[in-house]
Unconditional design. Sequence first.
Length: 386
Amino acid sequence: MPGIKVAHIITKLELGGAQNNTIYTVTHLDKNKFEPSLICGSGGILDEKVKVLFPSVIFSHYLKRAINPKDDLLALIELVKILKKLRPDIVHTHSSKAGILGRLAAKIARVKFIVHTYHGFGFNPEQNFFLRNFFVLLEKLVGKITDRIIFVSRANWQTAEKYLIGDKETYRLIRSGIELEKFSSARKKLPIPEIKKQLGVAENEPVILTIGPFKPQKNLRDFVEVAYQVRKDFSPITFLVVGDGAIRPEIEKEIARRNATGYIRLLGWRPDIERILAISDIFVLTSLWEGLPRSLLEAMASGLAPVVYSVDGCRDVIRSGENGFLIEVKNTSEMTKKILELLRDKNLYQRIAAMAQKSVTEEFSIDLMVRQQEKLYRELLENKTV
C-alpha cells in the first residue's frame, strides 16, 4: 500500500525553530506510512545540511521572504508546477510567505488537503496600520482554504481567533518540539570547566545567554542595554549572544558605544548549542513577538533561569515568579532588576531554574510533535474529526 504523500513548504531554511522542526519532521515521519517531500526557497544557512539529511529537497528559484510582486507570482506558478508533478495528498506549509503562496498553489493544483502551521505571524505590533491589516487580510483569505491550522502556542491560537483567521473547527495545538534528553542531560554529561575555558570564561563567572537571528524582531539592542546595566552593578560577568544576521554591524556598533566588547560576546551561529546552554546560568529573550521560541524551551530544559519579555508563546510556558520572569516589553530596567535578583539570591535562582527545567515536559518533545502530525494526516485522509 503506497504511503501518504505529504509535501512540506517553507520559505527559507534559516536557523530557527520552524526550519529545524520542519527538517526534523520530513526526516522522521514513519517511512512505512508516509512519503514526505520538502520544498523551500534557496539561500538559507541550512541548505547544505538538508541536502545531506534529505537529498530529495526541492529548491524554489523565486520563493523569497521579501515582498516582490513579480517574484511572488513566479513563485506561485513554480509551486503549482511542482505540486502537480509531486501530486501530494497533503500540503503542509510553514512561515508567512510560504504559508500564503504554498496554500494558494495547493488549491490551484487541487491538492486534497491543506495544512498550515503558525510558528508566529507575518503581522506584528511594530508594523504600520495599513501593512499589518494587509497581512491580516491575506491570512484570513487563505485561512478559508486551509483544512487544518496548527498553532505552536495558545497565544497564537487566541490571536487567530481575534482576527477571525480560518474556521475555529480547524484549529489544533501541536507544540514546537525539542530533543528533551539532549538538553536536560547536557550539564551532567559535558565537561563544563573545559567548555568555559575554551570560550575564555572564568570557571565561577556567571553567564547570561540569548539566542536568535540578528533581526528587528529579536530586539537585541535591549539585550545590550540590559547587559550594560547589569554589568554596572555586578561583575565579573559574561553575556553571550548566539546568532547572526543582517543587522550585526548595528549590534556591534551599539556594543562598542557602550564599551561592552569585553563582556558581551557575539558567538555567531553554533552547531553545539547544548554546550553553550550547559555553561550558562540565565537565559534572556528580548523579542518583540514570538510563536513559541524553541531557544527558550531548550534553555529551560537545560536548567537555565529564564527572564523574557511577555510576548506570545513565552506566556504559554512561563509562570512569572515560579519558573521564570515575564517582563513588560521594552522595560529594560525591570529586566535588569530581575537578573540582578537571580544573580544575588542563590536560593531564588536555584528554585526558578529547577522549576523551569521541570516545566518542559513530554508535551514539548520533538518526537511527540512528529507523531501528532502523523495522526493529523491520517485522520484527515480518513475523514475523521481530529
